[in-house]
Design a protein around this ligand. Structure first.
Ligand code: SF4
Length: 486
């Protein structure tokens, strides 16, 4: 969500006449899009702002803006701690950034604008996409749940769902520009359809399954993923839609968080372990090769050894293809941060080690089963850090697994192209296909990547009512009378 918001910020600024600074160049405008979910987000932000302070002092015309969840949470205190910041904006008004930069420059005073409800659906804003072949598409923002460890509801607000027609139009616009894969984004995609922003649209519990099926009708759209579903609201019509729609990828990211019903209750997650496992069984029944991944928190307040053992048991039974595992740490502003029975860090660490060991074994076993299979890969840019050393390229299989492959004697494979290859080896977090590619399809996404073109979406905007857009042209040198006349 945060990465996609950054694409929107880039799109807004490009639309307003700004240009991306070359790598290594000093930028005239620096925007921090912050995330409060990650640990130490504030230390990182204020550390980065301190690094910029000497630059700002040397060049008062450069501008620094801070947005995102941390700005929404800290509001005016950002300026107390870093008075050299020019603009502070929140999660609900990212569209105001160009106007706020203009206003700060014009008024020579810092601008803080945080609003408490969504101003406009962010997906109507321009977006400068980072990838020519894969794109995020927001279907909703905010969340109506109240998980006690999570800061999202207080910073992103109540759920607002976008109109299906707008979503599909954005997907079509991306496909028209060569994009092959979209990931539908929402904090809780299974709730899609109960909080439409458009009052004319009736509540529709089946809206997400319908949306998936509609994506299946878009010619040229080869892969559809979505994140994140919520086990409490996951319904079988979504499984049926996934199984019946060929371009929906056989992949499901289903956050478990804990395998203990007692802890799930304390987290205010309204499903229980058996329900979770039942969903997974039904997904596997319809899609036997689906890669199911999850999120897990170890050491939530009050977690006993027995609770933790319940998590290990569910993990053993669920056989996740991979898991994002987190050691619980307090997030100020969340209900769980004030609970008395916090688990000592050394206990959390020890349990975490056991969980990782188990999950690594399961990852390895799952990946070993892939050896000998032929996989279709969407070639990726920048996902294989050792590719130069190994002369391999990297792609994602349809089920989301990362595969490093040797191109063999096939030349000219580009990010965005499609290849097939046979898996020759497995590791816990990736596969290797060293036998050369079996087929290579050049795609429009590959052409776009090669040409340095990135898709653009969203409503083209004009000025936002402030004088001038973009950094102003340099002023003519003052004459000796100091009035600017010559
Ligand atoms: S479902 Fe829970 S964890 Fe996910 S965004 Fe909503 S409150 Fe946070």
């Amino acid at each position: 969500m945060n990465v996609h918001d950054s694409e929107r910020l880039s799109g807004l600024l490009e639309d307003a006449g700004y240009r991306r600074a070359a790598d290594g160049d000093d930028a005239d405008v620096v925007v921090f899009n912050t995330c409060a979910v990650r640990e130490n987000a504030d230390n990182k932000l204020y550390g980065n702002l301190s690094h910029l302070a000497p630059r700002k002092q040397a060049d008062p015309g450069m501008q620094i803006a801070v947005g995102g969840c941390l700005a929404q949470k800290d509001r005016a205190s950002v300026l107390d701690r870093a008075p050299w910041v020019d603009v502070v904006f929140g999660t609900h008004n990212i569209g105001s950034l160009p106007a706020l930069l203009d206003r700060a420059r014009h008024n020579r005073a810092a601008q803080v604008e945080i609003i408490d409800a969504l101003e406009e659906f962010p997906s109507d804003l321009p977006a400068a996409r980072e990838s020519s072949y894969a794109a995020w598409v927001s279907i909703s923002v905010g969340c109506n749940n109240t998980c006690t460890f999570c800061i999202v509801p207080s910073l992103r607000g109540k759920e607002v769902d976008r109109r299906p027609g707008d979503i599909l139009a954005e997907v079509q616009a991306l496909v028209d520009q060569g994009v092959l894969e979209v990931t539908l984004l929402g904090q809780n995609v299974n709730a899609y359809g109960v909080s439409f922003a458009d009052p004319e649209l009736p509540r529709d519990r089946g809206a997400f399954a319908k949306l998936l099926r509609a994506c299946g009708n878009i010619d040229g759209l080869e892969r559809v993923r979505f994140t994140s579903p919520h086990p409490a609201e996951f319904t079988d019509d979504v499984i049926d839609a996934m199984a019946a729609t060929p371009n929906i990828c056989p992949q499901l990211h289903m956050p478990l968080q804990s395998g203990s019903d007692r802890i799930l209750k304390a987290m205010r997650r309204s499903y229980r372990a058996e329900k979770f496992l039942g969903i997974i069984d039904r997904v596997r029944e319809k899609m036997p090769h689906a890669a199911i991944t999850t999120d897990l928190i170890v050491g939530f307040p009050g977690e006993t050894e027995e609770d933790f053992q319940a998590t290990l048991d569910v993990v053993e039974r669920a056989r996740f293809a991979s898991a994002f595992t987190f050691q619980y740490s307090k997030r100020p502003g969340t209900p769980a941060a004030t609970l008395a029975d916090q688990v000592p860090p050394e206990v959390v660490k020890e349990r975490y080690g056991r969980l990782i060991e188990l999950q690594e074994r399961i990852c390895m076993a799952g990946n070993a089963e892939q050896v000998g299979r032929t996989v279709e890969l969407l070639v990726a840019a920048g996902e294989g850090r050792k590719d130069t050393a190994t002369a391999r390229l990297t792609g994602r299989a349809r089920d989301g697994r990362l595969v490093h492959f040797a191109p063999g004697d096939v030349d000219g494979i580009r990010p965005g192209d499609i290849v097939t290859a046979q898996v020759t080896a497995a590791a816990p977090h990736h596969l290797v296909a060293d036998g050369g590619v079996l087929s290579h399809r050049r795609t429009r996404a590959g052409d776009a990547h090669e040409a340095g073109q990135r898709p653009v979406t969203g409503v083209k905007r004009v000025g936002l009512g402030m004088p001038g857009l973009g950094r102003p042209a340099p002023q003519p040198a003052l004459s000796s009378c100091g009035s600017g006349c010559s």
